[in-house]
Design a protein around this ligand. Structure first.
Ligand code: HEC
Ligand code: HEC
Length: 291
């Protein structure tokens, strides 16, 4: 009896001890990272000085089979950075290889282990400014990738907000996925949310809905080709109509963020005009040739 109690007591001590040391290592790694790495690896910096740790973790986890290989790779790079070891090629291209700052291997190992274990929040503002630059440079391939990640991880889900507002607009069936119609139904939902948010003076939801409209889902390549073929020489003005809505959505987002209600209302009514200008010229026609 006595022995049993002793054993339970002992194993309890062992367990709590190992938790304690894991905890200390985590805290120590975090502190070392803050002191040595965050001057550059800070996701809030604009323009960025280094990739956010969210991205470093993601890329290195993809390239590693387990924690040990992750820690080895990060440590090897950060103690002696070189272009051939670097796997975030885009960052090297933009910022040059990370300078060798003579970090102690022992410290970097602790940092790397912490990076592996931490749950970093998505670097939303970093992605947003990166998207802007990519767009300006016409780098649509990376733009699409980042903007997808941004809407997935940084925007509140339309469905959740729609439910909260009791809006039950039609949803595309799986067969309609990637069609212009399903993209438009989503726009209709986001538009309804935007209107309702304005009525409630809920600026955050309004900004979020406008951002959804600005980053709306694009029809599949196949669907876009059909639209191009069907519209022929009308394509440029169709595109222009889409661009107008896009710009107004960005204006609405900015007005909502600065809580400027008169401006918000002005842009929002202009957006309805812009949606309707395209519908009145093209909706029936497009429905006809997409049949
Ligand atoms: C003076 C600024 C600066 C500091 C301080 C800094 N880094 Fe970096 N780091 C960079 C830059 C710039 C890049 C992007 C270019 C590259 O990948 O080499 C980078 C990239 C990285 C990468 C990804 C490399 C790749 O492309 O695969 C890792 C891992 C990394 N840093 C780890 C660290 C760690 C750990 C620390 C702290 C011990 C640290 N860095 C401190 C500037 C810095
Ligand atoms: C560039 C032209 C264009 C613009 C701009 C545009 N639409 Fe559309 N919209 C269409 C076309 C074409 C259809 C018909 C698609 C179909 O049914 O295949 C459509 C259909 C719709 C539908 C009906 C979907 C269904 O279930 O049948 C809604 C809702 C909608 N749009 C909302 C909007 C909103 C909201 C805006 C502005 C924020 C907007 N649209 C801006 C071209 C446009």
């Amino acid at each position: 009896m006595k022995k049993a109690i002793l054993l339970t007591g002992l194993s309890f001590m062992l367990v709590s001890n190992s938790y304690a040391s894991e905890d200390t290592a985590f805290t120590e790694g975090k502190k070392l990272l803050q002191d040595n790495c965050l001057v550059c690896h800070n996701a809030q910096l604009d323009p960025p000085q280094a990739p956010p740790m969210f991205a470093v973790q993601m890329k290195y986890k993809k390239a590693s089979s387990d924690k040990e290989s992750f820690v080895n790779k990060v440590t090897s790079f950060a103690t002696h950075p070189s272009e051939d070891k670097a796997i975030i090629k885009m960052a090297v291209k933009k910022l040059g290889v990370m300078p060798d700052m003579g970090f102690k291997e022992e410290d970097v190992r602790k940092i790397a282990s912490y990076i592996y274990d931490e749950t970093f929040s998505p670097p939303c503002s970093h992605w947003k400014s990166a998207m802007k630059v990519m767009k300006e440079n016409g780098d649509m391939k990376h733009y699409k990738k980042v903007s997808k990640r941004y809407s997935m991880m940084c925007l509140k889900k339309t469905e959740d907000t729609a439910k909260r507002y009791g809006l039950n607009a039609p949803v595309a069936s799986p067969a309609e996925e990637g069609t212009l119609k399903s993209a438009m139904q989503q726009l209709g939902k986001d538009y309804a949310i935007l209107n309702h948010a304005i009525l409630m003076e809920d600026f955050d939801t309004a900004a979020n809905a406008a951002s959804h409209i600005a980053n709306h889902e694009k029809p599949s390549v196949f669907q876009r080709m059909k639209i191009m073929a069907g519209l022929g020489t009308d394509m440029p003005s169709f595109k222009k109509a889409d661009g107008k809505v896009h710009q107004l959505a960005l204006d609405i987002e900015a007005a909502a963020k600065s809580k400027d209600m008169p401006l918000l209302i002005q842009h929002q009514s202009n957006m309805l005009k812009a949606c309707m200008a395209c519908h009145r010229s093209y909706r029936t026609k497009v429905i006809d040739f997409l049949k």
